[in-house]
Write a protein that binds this ligand. Structure first.
Ligand code: NAD
Ligand SMILES: O=C(O)C1=N[C@H](C(=O)O)CCC1
Length: 252
């Protein structure tokens, strides 16, 4: 007897990430792609198709409505779309409170190496007086700075605060606005957009006579697929909000 496959829908199915996710779901023997939802489609199509999990790689302006719809219809959601702040996360938690048993896994970066980069950066944070982040992405990226850079900065800031580290000693005066990057939780973040890039980030830590650089490069969107499929398979057994792929990995 063949075990039944998990029915999966994809929001943003014709986008750069969505198309890659559709191909990965089609190629997975335990998953079945039952709905490809694009801008302008009625999301009811995924419910009618029997989807148990929906994956969202759309746009920060579209993702909240898609999540609300799925939670309201008892469909678990894997969210890769960026643009989440604490206020948005609270809204998702409120929706989930009215839908016991429904899970949402949300991660700004599903690449294993990027998750490890954030974990290592968090660990290094308390040892260095200075830190800056440079994120580099393809030129059609909608948002800046990236969700990954923002999460990395917040984690570094929290680790510095927990270790009792004060403000960074580095100069901030500039002749031109923006020359020192944007501040995310006091960490300078610099966003590069350049043809030829996919998704890259460097975290630079500076101390007395030494620099530690932690760098991750996604050279192809296939780098995100193992993480996305892991989340698709796990989300149904994780009611509530799971923030970050690291929660699904054994990182001990
Ligand atoms: N978490 C990760 O690992 C990861 C990796 C890559 C990209 N991203 C994020 O994913 C998002 C999408 O990136 P992309 O490069 O694929 O963008 P893209 O512009 O190539 O694709 C987005 C697609 O979503 C569609 N869309 C817009 N509104 C929609 C709606 N309401 N319903 C259904 N479809 C809708 C668009 O028509 C488009 O086809 C961005 O926020 C990006 O930062 C996250
Ligand atoms: O291509 C993008 O857009 C990406 N966005 C994520 C982010 O904003 O952190 C990371 C992966 C690629």
């Amino acid at each position: 007897m063949t075990a039944s496959r998990l029915p999966v829908a994809v929001f943003g199915a014709r986008g750069r990430m969505g198309a890659t996710v559709c191909a990965a779901v089609r190629a997975a023997p335990d998953l079945e792609l039952v709905a490809e939802v694009e801008a302008g489609d009625d999301p009811q199509m995924l419910v009618d198709a029997g989807a148990r999990v929906a994956v969202d790689f759309t746009h920060p302006d579209a993702v909240m409505e898609n999540i609300r719809f799925c939670i309201g219809h008892g469909v678990h959601v894997v969210v890769g779309t960026t643009g989440f702040d604490d206020a948005r996360l609270d809204v998702v938690r409120r929706w989930l409170a009215d839908a016991p048993g429904v899970g949402v896994v949300l991660a700004p970066n599903f690449a294993l190496g990027a998750v490890l980069m954030m974990v290592f950066a968090e660990k290094a944070a308390k040892y260095f007086p200075s830190v800056e982040i440079i994120e580099l992405h393809h030129p059609r990226k909608a948002d800046a700075p990236s969700g990954t850079a923002q999460l990395t900065a917040r984690r570094i800031a929290a680790a510095r605060a927990a270790a009792g580290r004060g403000p960074m000693p580095d100069a901030t005066t500039t002749a031109l606005d923006g020359a020192r990057g944007a501040r995310v939780a006091e960490v300078p973040v610099h966003a590069v957009r350049l043809s030829g890039l996919v998704a890259h980030q460097e975290v630079l830590f500076g101390g007395d006579g030494e620099i530690l650089t932690i760098r991750h490069d996604s050279l192809d969107r296939s780098s995100f697929m193992p993480g996305v499929l892991l989340a698709v398979r796990a989300v149904g057994s994780r009611p509530g909000l799971t923030l970050g792929l690291e929660n699904l990995l054994d990182l001990d």
